[in-house]
Ligand binder design. Structure first.
Ligand code: NAD
Length: 442
């Protein structure tokens, strides 16, 4: 099949590369010339495990191409995937300007039947807006041409995106056009050889399904974070509680880890957007509002513990920070808890020396030459002369450190662990004061 992917970011590049891997001809469009330049020169503009090999293999095979040329992109694919960003607008709603601009480009330039697929996460009713935008552009040209709009939300996880796309749990397709459904079935057949994973539904239900999935996952995290705060007050251990409830198959173990808040490019904005959509439609989503409020509190939990130990005025103090990305295996720092923590420490007069295995370039892009932030080349280098160590992302390389070295490098042997990486008795046995989340009992 001939496929155009509009937007070559975390979702677009992974989807495009994986569809090429299955033998399709794929053209990825982005308006950012720098991204396309990097890709054309054989590089990868993001960090995503395993993606470089899939991209290289399919470029080499002549199935995967990149362009900034909108007309070429519209001409190329019968299927046009829209995978552009949908960032939060000022009022929390999803900003649809990029989606609608992509739709207008299709309407302006198409010359034959197109299946336009919304892969971006978009509020209920967006497919109708996309349809109207394309129809409007066709009308301006005095043309009548057949096209279908399909909702096909993406469920991949950054850090495991290639694996998720190649072996999806489910493929949600919202469509009311038989020809488009047939094409989507054919496109996704190679990704579901052991069982049918396609869940075909109406367009609006598909749009809502994506928000429901992220809202549910965010709810589990905020629920555990609030219980962790209670556990700290009551002398209980949230890790024991997690194991106690996770063993119930109705609950399961996933997404029940207490920590210093969720971040990333999806949960915060999708929770906000769903609350907003609901409000616009006369419904208050009280549970979800609480999920968001609890997360705002949680992003401050390490700062609160630091202030309790060192006082409100942190001037002259330096903190070592491990983990800048919003989660492991990605360089994505959108809405990362690390950013809230760093800014709160700056506000109180402290400086920060930080390390992350892959997010250093992104950190430099965000913070520029901020004098209060130093980047260390190795985790241990960040500790020299620091007042305490903060752990913000649960990278594997932080899981089994040399606590004796940590102790001797720090000015004071104190760890504030926002990801509960260690059994508390282990750093404590090495003489380190260890603060974690919801484990005051241990
Ligand atoms: N990142 C994830 O883990 C993830 C997972 C599932 C769904 N999503 C959703 O997928 C969508 C894309 O997310 P992302 O993380 O890949 O975003 P991203 O910011 O990494 O990529 C979006 C890309 O679209 C490009 N773009 C914007 N307007 C364009 C246009 N008119 N034509 C061509 N290119 C254009 C931008 O330059 C950018 O490179 C969002 O709606 C997001 O919510 C993301």
């Amino acid at each position: 099949m001939k496929i155009t992917v509009i937007g070559t970011g975390y979702v677009g590049l992974v989807s495009g590369a994986c569809m090429a891997e299955m033998g399709n001809d794929v053209l990825c469009l982005d308006l950012d010339p720098e991204k396309i330049r990097i890709l054309k020169e054989g590089g990868i503009p993001i960090h995503e495990p395993g993606l470089d090999a899939v991209v290289a293999r399919n470029v080499e095979a002549g199935r995967l191409h990149f362009t900034t040329d909108v007309a070429e992109a519209v001409r190329f694919g019968t299927i046009q995937f829209i995978a552009v960003g949908t960032p939060p607008d000022e009022d929390g709603s999803a900003d649809l300007q990029y989606v609608l601009s992509a739709a207008r480009n299709i309407g302006r330039l198409m010359t034959d039947y197109k299946v336009v697929v919304d892969k971006s996460t978009v509020p209920v009713g967006t497919a109708d807006k996309v349809k109207a935008a394309i129809a409007d552009e066709l009308a301006k040209r005095g043309q009548e041409m057949e096209f279908a709009v399909v909702s096909n939300p993406e469920f991949l996880k950054e850090g495991a995106a290639v694996e998720d796309f190649m072996r999806p749990d489910r493929i949600v397709v919202g469509a009311d056009d038989e020809r488009a459904i047939h094409l989507m079935r054919a496109l996704y057949a190679p990704f579901q050889r052991n069982r049918d994973k396609l869940v075909v539904m109406d367009v609006r239900s598909a749009e809502l399904t994506k928000y429901a999935a992220n809202a549910m996952l965010a709810t589990r995290i905020s629920f555990m974070n609030e219980l962790a705060l209670l556990a700290d007050r009551m002398g209980a251990d949230i890790e024991m509680v997690r194991q106690g409830i996770g063993s119930d198959p109705r609950i399961g173990y996933h997404f029940l880890y207490a920590g210093c808040g969720y971040g990333g490019s999806c949960f915060p904005k999708d929770v906000k957007a769903l609350i907003r959509t609901a409000r616009e439609n006369g419904q208050d989503l009280k549970v979800l509002q609480a999920v968001e409020d609890a997360n705002d509190v949680q992003k401050m939990v390490l700062v609160d513990k630091i202030v309790a130990k060192f006082g409100e005025d942190l001037s002259g103090r330096c903190f070592a920070l491990w983990g800048l990305a919003f989660k492991p295996n990605t360089d994505d720092m959108r809405e990362a808890p690390s950013r809230v923590i760093i800014n709160e420490l700056f506000r109180r007069g402290a400086t920060v020396t930080a390390y992350d295995p892959v997010a250093m370039t992104e950190t430099k892009r965000i913070y520029g030459d901020e004098p209060r932030l130093t980047l260390a080349d190795k985790p241990m280098d960040a500790l020299e002369g620091a007042d305490a160590l903060l752990i913000v992302t649960e990278w594997k390389e932080f899981r089994s450190p040399d606590f004796e070295r940590i102790k001797s490098a720090l000015k004071q042997p104190v760890i504030f662990d926002g990801r509960n990486l260690y059994e508390p008795e282990v750093p404590r046995a090495a003489g380190i004061e260890y603060h974690c989340i919801g484990r005051s009992a241990s």
